[in-house]
Design a binder for this molecule. Structure first.
Ligand code: E9O
Length: 600
């Protein structure tokens, strides 16, 4: 079923549950206590000492308590709410933008749903469990434990060496360098729709010329059946003028002389959005039914061995690998940081980013659609290292949920099915063949890619992709400090991938750590100076590789410094940001801006 973003309309209302919730973590040695004592069945403070916790936010950096910062396992959230009487006759749902990683939800003590996967929305109907004229309680238990069968993977390691560790000591390990922030990360929204409602809408804009845009749409209904109904589809332009219409659950609508959706820098018209208004009409009762408005762009994507094309024009990606990461909030939705980040990306004249290494919030994606940023949309499959069927199942589920959520977004121009897997392993070949083909079964309108870090000789996954993305740290992780090798090695590297597969290549990561304010000349690693030299040497290679027709994009790692697990080689975080975690420019930002301004 669909996962449309809850948008108020003539027939729909929403109420936010964002705000301060009550919160407690489960004791390390008594993880099951909350379940055994049924903490969901009574006000949380009857059972355990609670503190205040903002939603949305990660819980890690909110308190002074290391146990909360480094918590592994169950955390409990609870709050109460009243509902308007008018919702009694409606279909009421609760929708979570994301909860990392696993969530169980109770309404008034009754379990209503659970969800696996930390970065995608889930929703459940709750009408049967609600009270009107009384307080309602919602309880959420969140578990951030990562295992070999979660996406991304992790493992719990028990230490048996009694010389060094007390009995039962364990820790969470994982294969990636971003801190595994946890909690209710995105908005929690109650919504009321009519009992028969619009459950899903799919839009396809593959057939477009300058004079005609043909839009294929289809609608799915949910809830109680009505004897006789009609569906009215109307398209409005950005000035809210009706420009085309059709009838029926699915069909074709043509827009004459359409305003195409263009990414930044390729056309004066950037990020043009139409609105598809779907309206149900109850013919039996001759009454208005559910109404939903979906923004969409008219554009089409093509790809071949030399490039990716939007509306027939070849694209060069100039952008960033990023994170949803902000001071105090962690990975919680923060509209201030989110908006500032777009302003910084515009200032530096980027046209794109990759949602490394997990799907970003819908609020963030909306702005990409509106501002004309190209997005490589990535699932949280980072650093996969074993490839069994159970993992495959979870991997496909996350792709299914991602495509379901983002299929109508013009900004999304590629699906990335993972980052830096152990794709040299024999078993990975069949695994990625299945994941790539599964992705195509979900959406044929966009190319499929994955971000590779193995050598071109040993990798077994690129053969199943449409576009090859690679991460390369010449002069940083290899030949550290030897900036004189970077141009040579990068040219060799991209050429080898291209020659082997005859597919376009994007360098999705390159970069150097730089501590803001640290300078040396001659430049040495960790200075701002070295970061710039490394960029300059990469740029020389990129220019040549683009000339040769091999390279279709460059994305520096990373947009901003971000939090990592505690490591002796990362001073509180990854320092490869072009901006600091506070979103102030390093020397590198000014340098990158000069380049991106010239690249078209
Ligand atoms: C993923 C990113 O999240 N890529 C890592 C980044 C890092 O610096 C991390 O922040 O740890 C780099 C992986 C290095 C791959 C080098 C490939 C060289 C193969 C010959």
């Amino acid at each position: 079923s669909g996962i449309l973003y809850p948008r108020p309309s003539e027939s729909r209302e929403t109420l936010t549950l964002d705000g301060i919730w009550k919160f407690a973590i489960a004791n390390k040695t008594e993880q099951d206590k909350g379940f055994k004592e049924k903490w969901y069945a009574a006000p949380l403070h009857h059972n355990v000492e609670v503190i205040d916790m903002p939603v949305p936010s990660s819980y890690n950096d909110i308190t002074q308590d290391t146990n909360i910062r480094d918590h592994i396992g169950w955390a409990w959230y609870q709050r109460d709410f009243f509902l308007p009487k008018s919702w009694k006759t409606q279909q009421v749902s609760v929708r979570f933008g994301s909860v990392n990683y696993y969530a169980v939800v109770w309404i008034n003590g009754v379990e209503v749903t659970s969800h696996s996967g930390g970065y995608l929305p889930f929703e459940v109907k709750i009408s049967d469990h609600l009270k009107f004229g009384h307080l309602n309680w919602i309880t959420v238990a969140v578990n951030n434990t990562l295992t070999p069968w979660t996406i991304p993977q992790g493992k719990i390691v028990y230490h048996n060496d009694s010389q060094r560790y007390p009995a039962g000591y364990y820790e969470q390990q994982y294969n990636f360098d971003f801190f595994n922030f946890a909690g209710i990360h995105r908005p929690v929204i109650l919504s009321a729709t009519p009992k028969t409602y619009i459950d899903d809408i799919t839009i396809n804009t593959t057939s477009v010329t300058d004079s005609l845009g043909v839009i294929f749409y289809s609608v799915e209904l949910g809830g109680s059946k009505i004897a006789a109904y009609s569906v009215i589809a109307e398209i409005y332009d950005a000035q809210h003028r009706l420009v085309a219409q059709a009838k029926g659950l699915k069909g074709e609508i043509s827009i004459n002389n359409p305003n195409l959706w263009w990414p930044r820098g390729m056309n004066e018209s950037v990020g043009y959005l139409y609105t598809l208004k779907i309206q149900l009409w109850n013919d039996a009762k001759n009454a208005e039914g559910d109404i939903y408005r979906l923004p969409f762009g008219v554009r089409f994507i093509e790809w071949n061995s030399t490039g990716v094309y939007i509306n027939g024009k070849g694209v060069y990606f100039k952008g960033f690998g990023r994170h949803e990461d902000a001071i105090l909030r962690g990975r919680g939705l923060d509209l201030v940081t989110l908006t500032k980040d777009y302003n910084l990306m515009r200032w530096i004249e980027a046209n794109s980013f990759r949602t490394s290494h997990y799907p970003y919030s819908e609020e963030l994606m909306d702005l990409a659609d509106q501002q004309g940023f190209l997005v490589i949309d990535e699932v949280p499959a980072v650093g996969l290292d074993n490839f069994d069927d159970e993992l495959l199942e979870a991997h496909m589920q996350t792709l299914k949920e991602l495509v379901q959520r983002d299929k109508n977004r013009p900004a999304v121009v590629m699906w990335s099915i993972g980052n830096e897997p152990q794709s040299q392993k024999q078993v990975s070949a069949r695994y990625f063949e299945r994941v790539a083909n599964y992705t195509r079964s979900l959406d044929l309108a966009r190319p499929v890619t994955m971000v590779l870090a193995q050598s071109y000789a040993s990798d077994l996954a690129a053969q199943f992709l449409d576009v090859i993305c690679i991460n390369r740290y010449f002069g940083w992780y290899s030949d550290t400090g030897h900036s004189e090798l970077i141009t040579y090695q990068m040219i060799k590297e991209v050429t080898a991938w291209h020659d082997k597969h005859l597919k376009p290549v994007v360098v999705t990561e390159y970069g150097a750590g730089a501590l803001a304010g640290l300078h040396t000349d001659p430049p040495v690693v960790w200075t701002e100076d070295y970061q710039v030299v490394l960029m300059e040497q990469n740029f020389k290679a990129f220019d040549q590789l683009r000339e040769m027709g091999y390279l279709i994009g460059e994305m520096i790692w990373n947009f901003a410094d971000f939090a990592t697990p505690q490591e002796y080689f990362r001073p509180t975080g990854c320092m490869k940001g072009v901006f600091t975690r506070e979103r102030q420019p390093k020397f590198a930002a000014h340098f990158l801006r000069r380049r991106y301004a010239q690249l078209t």
